[in-house]
Design a protein around this ligand. Structure first.
Ligand code: FES
Length: 384
């Protein structure tokens, strides 16, 4: 059907109104109060609490909650509001590098908002986690940025039953969800945690989880690889889920990437649709080496840096190794926070291309999941 354009008889009036915009604005400015604007107001102060962005976190306590798995309690310099399931990035200088990593918040929202404390859980797995576990000391001060993520129950999107599948250190966001349901900062859903570990002693915070599972809206099932009396043996698979999970649910998965892939298959076999499966992927780390390294030319505002980028490391890691501060959050290609512009060169994206179409079309890429395949010239926004 052809579109019919309706001609406005009095459209010339718009032209007359247009000529009055400037004199009208002048008049309004002259009539306005000359008193200075207030330095702040309620909306601004509330916004600062809801979106604090960058904080300083002083380490209050570090303790091992399972072999090789540690809890870090920080005092933050601002109250923070977050939804359980969110993560923050933790940043610190390590040697000559400045390194940041994302970690799920394990503490409850009220702790962060009222007590200005957050707890992160870190498993010894790489460069920064090893630094945290072996070298971080009480009273050390860290940069904390966030909160980020959408790994939280959304009543409009999700079912009233949440099945939380945790592998190893992936339990942290679910501890926060259980604490939050317990204290009342979240409500409106029931949490069914399936927590898979190798052995009984690998279960973190078991006493607390056992106590929380007495709440009417929380239950916990431990699944152990090692045969242990009184516990299901094996992996969190379709059989265990069919037996113990409710009929209809939204699944949240947090753990190693292989565990997430396995859980997706098991949930699909139970008939769960993709929209009911929400996964928190792990940051990309290394790819196998071909022994090559490339020149990375980096433009940040009016400065240009030249650094080495190994084929085994992401562009973001190469920047951090050279102590160049670059924006980052999820480090898994999903949030877009690190997005930079490619001027020249080739790279490989690992873990699937999650860029927006417009970003890909206009040459933007995510350094956190991109490995260099040639010398690269890139433009990076300055980190705050
Ligand atoms: S840090 Fe989230 S996409 Fe790179």
């Amino acid at each position: 059907m052809a579109y019919k354009f309706k001609r406005q008889i009095f459209s010339f009036l718009d032209l007359i109104r247009f000529t009055k915009i400037v004199p009208n604005r002048k008049k309004m400015l002259e009539e306005g109060s000359s008193a200075p604007l207030p330095a702040t107001d309620d909306v601004t102060e509330t916004m600062k609490v809801l979106h604090p962005g960058h904080m300083k976190g002083t380490l209050l306590e570090k303790k091992e909650v399972a072999p090789g798995f540690y809890s870090f309690l920080f005092a933050i310099d601002k109250p923070l509001f977050f939804e359980s399931g969110s993560y923050v990035t933790l940043g610190h200088e390590v040697g000559t590098s400045y390194v940041t990593r994302p970690y799920a918040i394990a503490s409850s929202p009220f702790d962060a908002l009222r007590e200005k404390r957050i707890e992160l859980m870190i498993k010894k797995a790489g460069f920064f986690s090893t630094y945290m576990i072996e070298e971080a000391k009480v009273a050390d001060v860290f940069d904390i940025h966030g909160p980020f993520g959408d790994f939280s129950h959304e009543s409009l999107r999700d079912h009233d039953d949440v099945v939380a599948l945790a592998g190893g250190s992936g339990i942290a966001p679910f501890i926060s969800m259980a604490r939050s349901l317990h204290e009342g900062s979240s409500s409106g859903y029931r949490l069914h945690i399936f927590y898979g570990t190798k052995t009984l002693k690998d279960i973190a915070c078991k006493d607390e989880l056992d106590a929380l599972s007495k709440e009417p809206n929380i239950d916990v099932t431990y699944v152990l690889e090692e045969k242990t009396e009184g516990y299901p043996q094996g992996y969190i698979d379709r059989k265990i889920l069919a037996e113990k999970a409710p009929k209809t649910f939204t699944a949240f998965i947090s753990g190693p990437n292989q565990m997430i892939a396995f859980a997706r298959e098991e949930l699909a076999a139970l008939g769960l649709e993709a929209k009911d499966i929400i996964a928190e992927p792990n940051p990309i780390r290394d790819r196998p080496s071909e022994g090559k390294s490339y020149k990375l030319t980096v433009h940040i505002q009016d400065k240009v840096y030249e650094v080495e980028a190994k084929d085994t490391e992401t562009v973001l890691v190469a920047l951090e190794r050279a102590a160049i501060k670059a924006p980052s959050a999820c480090r898994a290609g999903g949030c877009g926070y690190c997005h930079a512009r490619l001027i020249k060169g080739k790279f490989t994206i690992w873990g699937g291309d999650k860029r927006r179409l417009a970003d890909a079309k206009f040459g933007y890429f995510h350094p956190c999941v991109s490995f260099p395949d040639s010398d690269l010239e890139i433009e990076v926004p300055p980190a705050k």
